[in-house]
Design a protein around this ligand. Structure first.
Ligand code: SF4
Ligand code: SF3
Length: 545
């Protein structure tokens, strides 16, 4: 069958090789094509900005934000709206034209940097610039690995940008790296080096976001989050954007409408600034992939601030709103640029007409173990390690997903020895955060640092423990890494960990399809990256018989 599209950027890619007819995620070929073209023109404008910087000319924040928002828009499950993506291509081409004038000469710039066209030509061009346009499979693999890492970095940068934090160095790197993925003179070794450098900027980007979040909303602290529901109508907010969270909480105050978090927004409960709202009730449901059932029974409107959107059922499509990088055709999009106050009144009025949520479960879960909170407990943790009460930490951060094979993570968590503590972040936690795995001397056996970007916290904790125990190598700590991945934010987290020198990371449920055999070999030989096996085999591998 002829390929209508080619995308292999996420873990659920068809047949572990590539989606070629339609995305497993629901992405249509037309949307995939426009995403390919958006990535292409974003690489093009990045080649221009990189040249401008080399000439000592400044690049505006607005252009930096355009680049990151473009990439964020193409992340798995963020935006399915072809018109919105086309509008971003058109806007990027216009901005690029202005920048080319500033540059003066376009000599030796790649095609992506000088290409311009009308809307009618987009589809034809898109067909020529997708992933498969790079013939050599190793170069393709590395270019995509870097591009996906940069997509993740863009998402995290954008979350910091909305809190008015910027890092010109990160943006300059991001754009120069994008431009390098167009450069046919770069071979495997240069691109491997660029991959690791991307990890360095991943650390910087996550540090910037951590600073932005904690400056704006305080340090996450131990928090019990209710899983039940109240009697008022509610709004469910999903995704990762804490600035949207803040605006929604403020605007719903005193309206009689409650606010619930979904999936990756759960950690919002851990921040002091959000705890003060009495109508911030709890968390509803589980990870992103269960939203078809759970959004139906929520009964009220849902605000998607980022990925992961599952194409909605008709039964609740009119209740689904998007904002920021997120989009879905036919669903209302709430506009608002960085620095602007968004107007959520339509969602609030909508909620008032809806029934209260149907209860899915009761009880509570505990979280809030970001670096500041864990370091506040450092003495207790260090003691527990010294006395042998805690023998191992197991980092099980990352993503959740539909694949049945992900039950491995539930079974693995259940089967862990009682003296092992799970460190987590991201939506992967929903595989085991309601199992009641108990505590060790008051330290819960599942320590949730927050969203996927808060994996940064886990690195800070590891580095601190290394210091406390006087170790030279981060790999001498009693920490096992068994990470689940799904989309491209997990890629930047992985590259960041590699940059920090972490070895022997296990990645599942399957290794990325975009790793060619040779690139996978480089990761295995230099970093000990491995997949997962059966729970029994892996327990034996990690803990011995
Ligand atoms: Fe397929 Fe994943 Fe790409 Fe969607 S994002 S089209 S599921 S590879
Ligand atoms: Fe989840 Fe999409 Fe990755 Fe932020 S919301 S971790 S999958």
């Amino acid at each position: 069958m002829e390929n209508k599209m080619f995308c292999y950027q996420c873990q659920e890619t068809a047949g572990c090789t590539g989606c070629t007819q339609v995305g497993v995620c629901g992405k249509k070929p037309e949307v995939a094509a426009m995403q390919d073209l958006l990535v292409y023109v974003t690489k093009g404008i990045s080649a221009v900005t990189t040249r401008l910087r080399a000439q000592g000319k400044p690049v505006s924040r607005e252009v930096n934000h355009l680049v990151t928002l473009n990439l964020f828009t193409t992340i798995t499950n963020a935006n399915f709206d072809e018109d919105a993506i086309v509008a971003r291509i058109v806007n990027t081409l216009e901005r690029k034209k202005e920048l080319l004038v500033q540059l003066g000469s376009a000599e030796n710039l790649p095609d992506a940097a000088v290409w311009e066209a009308s809307r009618e030509e987009f589809a034809g061009k898109a067909a020529k610039v997708g992933v498969l346009s790079t013939q050599n499979e190793d170069i393709r693999s590395l270019r995509e690995l870097i591009t996906y890492g940069l997509k993740g970095l863009s998402a995290y940068s954008k979350h910091a940008n909305v809190l008015l934090e910027d890092n010109e160095e990160v943006d300059a790197f991001l754009q120069s790296a994008l431009a390098k993925t167009l450069d046919d003179t770069l071979g495997v070794s240069e691109l491997v080096a660029l991959t690791l450098e991307t990890g360095k900027y991943g650390v910087d980007g996550m540090a910037m976001l951590d600073k932005a979040n904690t400056t704006a909303y305080g340090n996450p602290e131990i928090t019990k989050v209710s899983l039940g529901v109240g009697k008022n109508p509610g709004i469910l907010i999903s995704g990762h954007d804490l600035r949207d969270m803040e605006m929604l909480l403020k605007q719903t105050e005193g309206t009689g409408v409650d606010v619930y978090t979904h999936s990756e927004m759960l950690p919002a409960h851990y921040y002091p600034a959000f705890k003060k709202y009495p109508h911030f009730v709890g968390n509803y449901g589980n990870a992103w992939w269960k939203q078809k059932e759970e959004f139906e029974s929520f009964n009220g409107p849902i605000l998607m601030t980022t990925n992961c959107i599952v194409p909605p059922k008709d039964s609740y499509k009119d209740r689904l709103y998007t904002t920021g990088a997120a989009g879905f055709p036919g669903c209302k999009h709430i506009p608002g640029e960085i620095g602007e106050e968004k107007d959520f009144s339509a969602i609030i009025e909508h909620a008032k007409k809806c029934a209260s949520p149907t209860e899915l479960e009761t009880g509570e879960i505990v979280g809030g173990f970001a670096h500041n909170q864990v370091l506040a407990l450092a003495d207790k943790v260090v003691d527990a390690v010294k006395t042998g009460a805690i023998k191992r930490f197991v980092v099980m951060a990352g993503c959740d997903g539909r694949a049945k094979s992900r039950n491995y993570y539930t079974d693995f968590a259940k089967a862990l020895p009682n003296d092992a503590v799970i460190l987590t972040a991201g939506c992967a936690k929903y595989k085991y955060n309601k199992l009641n795995l108990g505590d060790i001397g008051g330290i819960p056996r599942v320590l949730d640092a927050g969203q996927c970007n808060d994996s940064y916290s886990l690195a800070v904790i590891a580095l601190k423990l290394k210091e406390v125990f006087g170790l030279d190598d981060i790999n001498d700590l009693p920490i096992i890494y068994n990470i689940a991945w799904y989309e491209q934010k997990a890629v930047i987290v992985l590259l960041a960990l590699l940059y920090l020198g972490v070895k022997n990371i296990h990645l599942g449920p399957t290794l990325p399809a975009f790793l060619s055999p040779n690139v996978a070999k480089v990761l295995v030989e230099n970093f000990g990256i491995a997949g997962i096996g059966s729970v029994e085999d892996d327990l034996e591998l990690f803990f011995g018989k």
